[in-house]
Design a protein around this ligand. Structure first.
Ligand code: SAH
Ligand code: SF4
Ligand code: F3S
Length: 443
């Protein structure tokens, strides 16, 4: 048997975290992970469908795998994740060389499904398995003992909740990830504790809307959880994402302010800077509410960095709405913004709205927005030149002949390597600022 698995991961941190769990599970039935598809006997694409471009990438890969299947009929090929949940049988209709499609609520079935195909292949039968049930119930809790195949020895993703209840009108996530389910606080604390014992210095608590953690089981809310994780022996840094402005409470702001290890960075997607569009997006807050939230955060937490997500080209967006948004972005002075072109997702309310914005206008607006934000990010980063910052050492950078790490405020720093090791806290004096990163030298 070719007990080698290639896992292609698309989409958000939640998917990267899932993949570490999938790899951990698959190890139990003898698989090791490889980086090249043509070395693998099992290929899994763990997919995203948040925008059409995300799906296009996966369809491209599915096409490539057709050739591999032709060369090696014993190859097992499955699709998991959000696109599996969204497309279900349609995937197999379009690409019959896919063996199995497991939805986001069926990840616990992965090993059993793979075993079915291992047996079918030796008996040379081929049938498909499509299972996308239980989208609202699965929490992918790991059994005792850490079977998560973490990709980093320094930083760990720790999901604290699954699903989303918000139904922003453009967004497919609630349909493919189901309703909010919070993990037991004690399981999260145990997982972080185990990771720290293995040398992990930084954890990122993950959820679509971490601020509504615990609203279901009521055993702890997000602020309580932050405090519990902050008290874990040996933890150095705590991050979390994503925060929804409607649920970011004073209690959470206080927890960040008073925490010892909670990093001074909040990713707080605003999505847009005009009330009509925010309403039509079902974001449930106004520009005024968001502005006052940012003021509260900045007053409470000194030197906090705030990043955001923004969508241009939402249905009905006018030139005036857009220029209001540009003004709002200038006013907010975000450290960074992830900017997206609105992508209609079938089954979501916004896809049915009239007044869809033409593609060329969407692109034009995106570029204007990026120009404005890049200038702001650069100006903020330039203010850091001359400062010495604490950087958690992640290792060699991929592109430049330098080492890389992050500040507590989640800025990427590059510097020339000295005697520091991966996982150390280095002191780096910032010498040069760019839009998306800083360069410095060991202090
Ligand atoms: N739960 C998180 C992130 C979800 S997806 C949150 O609420 O912020 C990440 C980002 O993708 C969103 O913040 C949004 O800006 C963007 N996004 C979601 N659906 C989209 C769509 N249909 N078109 C373009 N961007 C989208
Ligand atoms: Fe999507 Fe909104 Fe939920 Fe985020 S909060 S996942 S944007 S529905
Ligand atoms: Fe994509 Fe699913 Fe994440 S749609 S953004 S992978 S939750």
């Amino acid at each position: 048997m070719d007990k080698k698995v290639f896992i292609g991961v698309y989409g958000c941190q939640m998917n990267f975290s899932d993949a570490e769990r999938m790899e951990g599970e698959l190890r139990a039935i003898g698989y090791t992970r490889v980086d090249e598809m043509d070395e693998a006997g099992l290929i899994i694409l763990h997919t995203c469908c948040v925008r059409e471009t995300a799906e296009d990438k996966v369809y491209g890969k599915i096409g490539e795998i057709k050739h591999l299947k032709r060369k090696n009929p014993r190859l097992i090929f499955g699709i998991t994740g959000c696109m599996a949940q969204k497309e279900q049988e349609a995937l197999i209709k379009r690409a019959p060389h896919i063996d199995f499609v497991l939805g986001t609520g069926r990840m616990g079935e992965l090993n059993d499904t793979v075993k079915i195909f291992e047996e079918r292949i030796s008996a040379s039968k081929s049938n498909h398995v499509i299972d996308t049930s239980n989208v609202d119930t699965d929490v992918f809790e790991m059994p005792d003992g850490d079977v998560i195949a973490r990709q980093s020895s320094v930083s760990a993703w720790v999901p604290i909740m699954y699903g989303c209840n918000n139904f922003c009108t453009y967004c497919i996530v609630p349909y493919v990830r189901g309703r909010e389910r919070s993990r037991e606080p004690q399981n999260i604390v145990n997982e972080v504790g185990q990771a720290v014992k293995k040398g992990i210095r930084e954890v990122t608590l993950l959820g679509q809307n971490v601020n509504s953690y615990g609203k279901d089981h009521k055993k702890a809310d997000f602020a309580d959880l932050l405090k519990m994780v902050d008290d874990i022996d040996g933890i150095s840094r705590i991050r979390f994402m994503t925060s929804h402005p409607k649920d970011l409470s004073d209690k959470v702001i206080d927890a960040i302010k008073n925490g010892r290890h909670i990093c001074e960075h909040i990713h707080l997607p605003v999505q847009y800077g005009n009330n009509n569009i925010l309403k039509s997006m079902n974001r449930v807050y106004t520009v005024e509410k968001y502005r006052s939230l940012i003021k509260d955060i900045r007053e409470a937490i000194s030197d906090v960095s705030i990043t955001t997500d923004i969508i241009v080209g939402f249905p009905g967006e006018t030139d005036e709405d857009f220029s209001e948004t540009l003004d709002f972005i200038r006013e907010m002075e975000f450290d960074a913004a992830y900017t997206f072109i609105y992508s209609p997702r079938s089954g979501t309310p916004a896809a049915e709205m009239g007044n869809q914005v033409p593609e060329d206008i969407k692109h034009e607006r995106l570029h204007k927005l990026m120009d404005v934000q890049n200038e702001i990010s650069l100006a903020i980063n330039k203010k850091l030149v001359g400062k010495t910052m604490e950087v958690l050492v992640e290792g060699e950078s991929r592109n430049e002949n330098m080492w890389t790490g992050r500040t507590r405020t989640n800025k990427i720093v590059l510097w020339e390597h000295g005697s520091e090791k991966i996982g150390d806290m280095a002191r780096v004096e910032i010498k040069k600022a760019q839009t998306w990163l800083l360069k410095g030298k060991l202090a």
